[in-house]
Write a protein that binds this ligand. Structure first.
Ligand code: ADQ
Length: 501
């Protein structure tokens, strides 16, 4: 098959993200700290660039430590994950006092920015103390990033090497850039600064509801380049800069002038490790023994994912098209998320009740319409679900990109293939043209779209899926990584085949 390549940056890369690419756990028996790897595609693509380029990762270690000077452990010798080669001296852990961290993370990040940026302002809280904590934590991240930059400059003293590249991730860290830039300037440390937002950037009318909106924009404009998944988010950002800050902007070339510098704004749609999902799908054992057609949903349990609307649409399908009863089952997998937040607990209850009522209404002695898994599943199981499903329902009310849509098409290796249904309000809906598009708010129509997917002729399914797969194979997560290095002017392509996991 086509092996996707990994790339090298010309200068060392410092990645700054809320969480490190692994979290620390204390072993109950030995009392020692251990690394617990994360399995995400982003880490798969970014970790090799950090490791190969002798870079550094700055982030929160996933737990509060009584002694912040306690050493981060090296990786276990049996560790085969992408971060195994990340030496402890290349990891900078950011420690924050628990109450401040709570105001920053649960308060400002997930209580304010998450709903606001997903255009759900009624769910957002605007609390000055949370914003203050956000600012404090961002300052701490910036300080640690400058330490990392100093380490890299020291190591490279005298050697000819590219300019170090700092890559800040996501809505947790929108204020870091100026502090990093100022401190680096004072210390005469060269750098390039890039930012990537993993969630949508809202239109001005929504964004300006945030009382300190200008400061966010100024923070992001501290970078040389600001990346979003799609063009729409780029245009929203440019528009906000013009209307809130009065910046001179160039919409065609996506440029913003600020503080005597020109900031580039770029759409950089993220992809998945396509080949990895194909091989998982090729080897994963069957997990469902059933002759029923599976309609699949896989989401973090989050109000942006449109789970309630989806369940209602499925109920409507069974009502309007009774021929699907006892033929089809909805398999919904929901990953527990932000479980200490009240809104997420309420949503869980609402979903439990709705599933109970739909199953109560339609279940027969040999069939029930909905199978519901509340929990994590292994990568193998996930790939098997994706492979063996007839239809995937990816119907968020709003979503930056949505990787589930992409993982589903990667795993569709059986002939004839299944059908993808995607919401136009996900970034993924923008480019996956051959999917069936479904507005999750319009329940009746959503039911009709599911019906159409279930009755689509084989040749049409094949044609659509071939196109979808071809695109995702090319625009995979390594391509995203490469595009970032390219826009930063830091791409040094090695001619070798990528390090595969
Ligand atoms: P998320 O909101 O988390 O990401 P998504 O893009 O769908 O949403 O990614 C979810 C990931 O979790 C997928 O890779 C999926 O495989 C995994 N996953 C889901 N259910 C699982 C389960 N039961 N067990 C194990 N793994 C499971 C944010 C933004 C998105 C954006 C990404 C990347 O909200 O819009 O696409 O970042 O930029």
């Amino acid at each position: 098959g086509t092996e996707s390549r990994s790339y090298t940056s010309s200068g060392s890369m410092i990645v700054v993200s809320n969480r490190l690419p692994f979290v620390l756990k204390r072993n109950d028996l030995s009392g020692k700290l251990e690394r617990k790897a994360s399995a995400g595609g982003l880490v798969t693509a970014v970790a090799p660039v950090v490791i190969n380029g002798n870079g550094i990762w700055v982030g929160w270690p996933g737990m509060h430590m009584d002694n912040p000077n306690e050493q981060i452990p090296e990786s276990d010798p049996t560790d085969r994950t992408p971060t195994a080669g990340l030496l402890s001296k290349k990891v900078v852990a950011v420690h924050v006092e628990p109450t401040v961290f709570d105001s920053y993370y649960n308060g400002c990040c997930n209580g304010t920015f998450w709903p606001l940026f997903h255009s759900m302002p009624d769910r957002a809280t605007f609390i000055a103390d949370h914003w203050k904590a956000y600012s404090t934590v961002n300052e701490e991240f910036a300080a640690k990033t400058v330490n990392a930059l100093e380490m890299i400059h020291k190591e490279q003293a005298g050697q000819v090497s590219g300019t170090p590249l700092v890559w800040v991730h996501d809505y947790h860290l929108m204020l870091c850039a100026n502090w990093i830039r100022q401190a680096a300037d004072e210390k005469n440390l060269k750098l390039k600064l890039g930012f990537f937002l993993h969630i949508p950037f809202p239109p001005w009318d929504i964004f300006r509801l945030f009382p300190w909106a200008d400061e966010i924009l100024q923070g992001m404009l501290g970078c040389d380049m600001v990346g979003f998944h799609i063009q729409d988010y780029c245009l929203n950002f440019v528009d906000c800069c013009q209307r809130s800050l009065g910046c001179r902007v160039d919409r065609k070339n996506l440029l913003v002038e600020h503080g005597g510098r020109t900031v580039r704004v770029r759409p950089l749609p993220i992809g998945i490790p396509f080949d990895r999902f194909v091989s998982l799908a090729e080897t994963a054992p069957k997990v469902m023994s059933t002759n029923l057609k599976i309609v699949l949903g896989v989401d973090r349990l989050d109000y942006t994912k449109g789970l309630v609307h989806r369940l209602k649409a499925f109920e409507m399908l069974l009502e309007k098209h009774p021929e699907h009863r006892e033929q089809v089952t909805l398999l919904q997998i929901a990953v527990p998320s932000r479980t200490d937040v009240r809104e997420y607990q309420d949503l869980k209850l609402e979903i439990d009740q709705l599933i109970g009522s739909i199953n109560g209404r339609f279940t027969t002695p040999n069939w029930s319409p909905i199978r519901y898994i509340y929990g994590c599943v292994s990568q193998d199981e996930l790939a098997a679900f994706y492979r063996d499903a007839a239809v995937a329902l990816v119907t968020p009310l709003r979503d930056g990109m949505n990787l589930v849509a992409k993982e589903f098409v990667a795993c569709q290796i059986n002939t004839p293939p299944g059908v993808l249904i995607v919401s136009p309000f996900a970034g993924a809906g923008e480019m996956m043209h051959e999917a069936l598009i479904c507005n999750p708010y319009e329940i009746d129509d959503a039911a009709e779209v599911i019906h159409r997917a279930l009755t689509m002729p084989e040749d049409e399914r094949t044609l659509r899926m071939n196109h979808l797969r071809r695109r995702e194979r090319i625009y995979d997560v390594n391509h995203w990584m490469k595009s970032f290095l390219q826009v930063m002017g830091s791409l040094e392509e090695r001619d070798s085949v990528g390090a595969t996991v």
